[in-house]
Design a binder for this molecule. Structure first.
Ligand code: EZ4
Ligand code: CO
Length: 406
């Protein structure tokens, strides 16, 4: 079997998604997600100009032997654009291999290690009463775990909180002017506020509801250590991205001071980003998405590395991972032993029409379905009816105008 075509599609059924479709001479096709939120066209060009010509004529069954030259042969290793492009190829080839085998992908990854994949949803509110309503709404949708985010008194726009027309949690503004939304930030105000939020949520929903929170890289290691201690009694499932992790050593400070479980890695793109964090057991969950980590092949290797250190998976699953990337994640979640939890925000109806998928969401749990491959079909005609819209992620500024991590 040979690859005869590799096409890149961009569609915007409410937000931008980039999809690679590989076709073989036997007519088998495979899909991969290459969506890099806010930098979509960089990956489109990378794929079309630099990757597609290397694929034509090659054997789609040689997944590892395709991955390695894309990674090593580029010489310029790593980085989110490269790794999103490679991820799309890797997933499309797994999709093809599983279709040829007439099996759902999870069967090729060792088969199911569990019956279904537990998820957490996003609850958010401008204030505490709105957040409590949002947790109830997630529960009504079936979610059995929730990530809780609120506004901070005195701040106008904060990550993770829907404010009027701008869906800050979705992090893009589908607007032709397309300049970044500016959000505001005040760390001391946040550190004072968050314990009161968690207190209110625990009072309302009791001790059993698994709760998560995303600090989105905004704290120093010392601030993160203090926050972790301050909220220990609320027993978070995890505290996510408490401090930027480019300096992996920074997590030693956090780890030494708190038993709050830590999750890191949605912005990482190779195992090297995790080397110290995992080998020194400084975190509890690895957060990378199939889409941004080079695909199913390397993410599986990361999970095996993490497993040696009692660290579990917590795959990133925001709205900006397409149903193709989500499907690949769910197959992996079902198969790996050290699965932790899957983030799942769902997609709009318009998105689900462009990407028809076999995976299902019931009682807060996902299942990849039994369709051969990853179980997603891309409707090219419908996709083309939703053309690309330029959009940026927001930028954070302090009261005096200084840029802060978003
Ligand atoms: O801000 O995917 O845990 N989830 C997140 C996401 C990210 C977006 C950025 O594109 O932090 O909401
Ligand atoms: Co996050």
């Amino acid at each position: 079997m040979k690859i005869v075509d590799a096409a890149v599609f961009v569609t915007c059924p409410g937000r931008n998604f980039v999809t690679l479709k590989i076709t073989t001479d036997e007519g088998v096709t495979g899909l991969g997600d290459a969506t890099l939120n806010g930098r979509e066209q960089a990956v489109v060009t990378y794929l079309r100009e630099h990757v597609v010509p290397l694929l034509i004529g090659t054997d789609p069954h040689r997944i590892e032997d395709t991955w390695q030259p894309l990674y090593r042969g580029a010489y310029w290793r790593r980085g989110p654009v490269t790794m999103a492009a490679i991820a799309a190829v890797d997933v499309a080839l797994w999709d093809i291999k599983a279709k040829v085998a007439n099996l759902p992908l999870y069967q090729l990854l060792g088969g199911a290690s569990r019956d279904r994949v537990r998820t957490y949803g996003h609850a958010n509110g401008r204030d505490i009463p709105e957040l409590l309503d949002s947790v109830r709404a997630r529960q009504a949708e079936g979610y059995q775990a929730s990530r809780v985010q609120t506004g901070v008194p005195g701040l106008e726009k904060v990550y993770g909180v829907h404010t009027g027309e701008v869906i800050a949690a979705n992090a893009t503004r589908l607007d032709q002017r397309a300049l970044p939304v500016v959000e505001d930030w005040d760390t001391p105000a946040y550190l004072r506020h968050l314990p009161t939020v968690l207190e209110a949520v625990r009072n309302e929903f009791g001790p059993e509801l698994p709760l998560l929170h995303d600090a989105h890289h905004r704290l120093t290691p010392l601030q993160a250590a203090k926050l972790g201690k301050d909220i220990e009694r609320y027993e978070l499932f995890w505290l996510e991205d408490c401090t930027p992790a480019e300096n992996q050593q920074a997590f030693r400070v956090v780890r030494q001071h708190t038993t709050t479980p830590l999750a890191v890695g949605e912005v990482f793109n190779t195992v090297f980003d995790y080397q110290t964090l995992v080998s020194a057991q400084l975190i509890d969950y690895v957060r990378s998405a199939v889409t941004h980590f080079g695909g199913v092949s390397p993410l599986r290797k990361l999970f095996d590395f993490a497993d040696q250190h009692q660290i579990k998976s917590g795959i990133h699953g925001p709205e900006d991972i397409s149903p193709v990337g989500m499907a690949a994640a769910i197959h992996l979640d079902l198969a790996v032993h050290n699965f932790g939890i899957q983030e799942y925000s769902g997609h709009t109806d318009a998105t689900n029409e462009v990407f028809r998928h076999a995976y299902t969401f019931t009682d807060g749990h996902l299942h990849p379905g039994e369709a051969p491959g990853i179980g997603v079909e891309y409707d090219e005609e419908l996709g083309a009816a939703h053309p690309y819209v330029p959009a940026y992620l927001p930028v954070n500024r302090l009261a005096d105008g200084t840029v802060h991590d978003w």
